[in-house]
Design a protein around this ligand. Structure first.
Ligand SMILES: Cc1cc2nc3c(=O)[nH]c(=O)nc-3n(C[C@H](O)[C@H](O)[C@H](O)COP(=O)(O)OP(=O)(O)OC[C@H]3O[C@@H](n4cnc5c(N)ncnc54)[C@H](O)[C@@H]3O)c2cc1C
Length: 429
């Protein structure tokens, strides 16, 4: 069937692909700004990495005692707190380099339900179980061809937001992307239960671990660093995570490989631990549906956030929000991390141009695939920053659709004003 023969199922001012931290926020903002908006999500639930990969600790909304990211993302956190799905840390206490103490631990059920409710209240049309297959552009006509349970559909759009995390739409529309030669490991979050820690003999565990390592029954990357491998996992009341190296989560096949490898690693841990006295009744109480992916593609944008601009807190002339996180690069071949905290007084900003694929007229990106180098990306990819980018992309797309202009020609002051009206914190120029 030719693409133009695929029946047009609907048309939207703003079409968002991907319902994670960035995409859900973008859709809510666009709809609240009056755009007829739909959100396509290949899974059955919103929240992306936060929910399906169980990285359920969004951050950072505060920098050095001051809130720097608010708006729709923060409203989702407050509504989650109000329903008993999170407790806020004391942001007035300086945590220095222990930045994780200012992340907000959310209950995945409450949080995902809250953002779904916010989408529906705003009038966002949710389209779960659908995945884009192609894009058809002819003159002023733009259609996204998707595959759903009932087959192929064509969806008309004025502006498209790529919030897939992997710049999937950017590739489909033919704009340039880049990817590091080596990628950070992926991570599977899991929880063990049913064991008696006081009956576990550390020496015995060490001996069995080394035997298994020699026999190839366990890998060093399967567990957290520690004197007695796997003891830390047991001591932490079973809540843990494991790294998967040498994977690339950007395509269906490579992501399939990542999921298979992650579950194989957890099976190795489970099998080894069950042979230790005290762990006979051990079981896997929880494992995330997906292996969390830290990085894949970044767009080549109209602007580019490099390490220097991030670490110096450069104030971009088209800044749409802040981002606050240390450089945090997990080494691809070991269990070590390169962490570089931001200097006192530095709060980096995100330029609108980093959300525009170079040369794009109708496509914006938001979230993990925004433009920058691998070093800066390791910081601006975090969830609060993705929410700020999502809100900005939603606002800009709604304005561009309203005026029927290119995303490159929106008046940045109009975007910044709309963001402020919706309670986002926008850097003062
Ligand atoms: C192990 C790990 C630890 C981390 N630690 C932290 C931390 O401590 N604090 C923090 O804030 N952040 C942390 N991060 C980073 C952060 O979680 C992610 O970078 C962030 O959630 C990305 O948000 P996003 O909206 O850009 O993408 P995602 O959350 O990945 O959302 C993308 C969404 O798009 C959907 N999608 C993808 N492709 C398609 C497609 N082709 N069609 C339809 N739907 C599609 C996906 O199903 C998903 O719902 C961590 C990440 C990992 C992996």
């Amino acid at each position: 069937m030719w693409m133009r023969e695929i029946p047009l199922s609907d048309s939207y001012d703003v079409l968002v692909v991907g319902g994670g931290s960035a995409g859900a926020t973008a859709a809510i903002q666009a709809a609240r700004a009056g755009a007829r908006t739909a959100l396509i999500e290949k899974n059955s639930i919103l929240g992306g990495t936060t929910v399906v990969a169980a990285v359920d600790f969004p951050g950072l909304f505060h920098a050095q005692g001051k809130q720097v990211i608010a708006g729709i993302g923060w409203e989702a956190i407050e509504r989650t707190v109000a329903k008993g799905g999170a407790a806020l840390p004391d942001f007035s206490i300086s945590v220095g380099e222990r930045h994780w103490e200012h992340q907000v631990r959310v209950n995945k059920f409450v949080y995902s339900t809250v953002i779904e409710e916010m989408c529906l209240e705003a009038g966002v049309i949710l389209r779960y179980h659908e995945i884009p297959a192609a894009i058809f552009v002819e003159g002023d006509e733009r259609r996204l061809i998707t595959a759903g349970k009932a087959g192929l559909m064509a969806i008309g759009f004025s502006k498209l937001i790529d919030a897939t995390g992997d710049a999937n739409m950017t590739e489909m529309m033919g704009y340039a992307r880049e990817k590091g030669e080596t990628l950070q490991p992926g991570t599977l979050v899991y929880k063990l239960a049913g064991y008696e820690l006081d009956q576990v003999d550390e020496d015995k565990l060490r001996e069995l671990y080394h035997k298994a390592l020699q026999a190839g029954e366990i890998k060093e990357t399967d567990h957290l660093p520690g004197d007695t491998p796997l003891f830390r996992e047991l001591r932490s009341r079973g809540s843990s995570s494991l790294h998967i190296t040498g994977i690339d989560g950007s395509t269906s096949m490579s992501k399939t490989h990542a999921e298979i490898e992650a579950r194989k690693a957890l099976m190795r841990i489970y099998t080894l631990l069950k042979s230790i006295p005290g762990c006979e009744n051990l079981y896997v109480d929880f494992f995330a549906n997906e292996c969390g992916i830290r990085e894949t593609w970044r767009i080549i944008g109209e602007e580019h956030i490099d390490a220097n601009s991030y670490l110096s807190g450069h104030l971009w002339p088209d800044a749409i929000g802040y981002s606050y996180y240390p450089i945090d690069i997990h080494k691809h071949d070991s269990n070590t991390t390169d962490v570089r905290p931001l200097a006192e007084g530095v709060v980096p900003t995100i330029p609108y141009g980093a959300l525009i694929p170079r040369g794009s007229e109708h496509l914006l990106v938001a979230g993990r695939c925004a433009a920058g180098d691998q070093v800066a990306h390791s910081a601006y990819r975090v969830q609060a920053s993705c929410m700020a980018m999502g809100q900005a992309a939603g606002a800009a797309a709604a304005i561009a659709a309203r005026h029927d202009i290119s995303v490159r020609h929106v008046d940045i002051e109009e975007v910044r004003q709309l963001l402020r009206e919706h309670k986002a914190i926008v850097p003062t120029l």
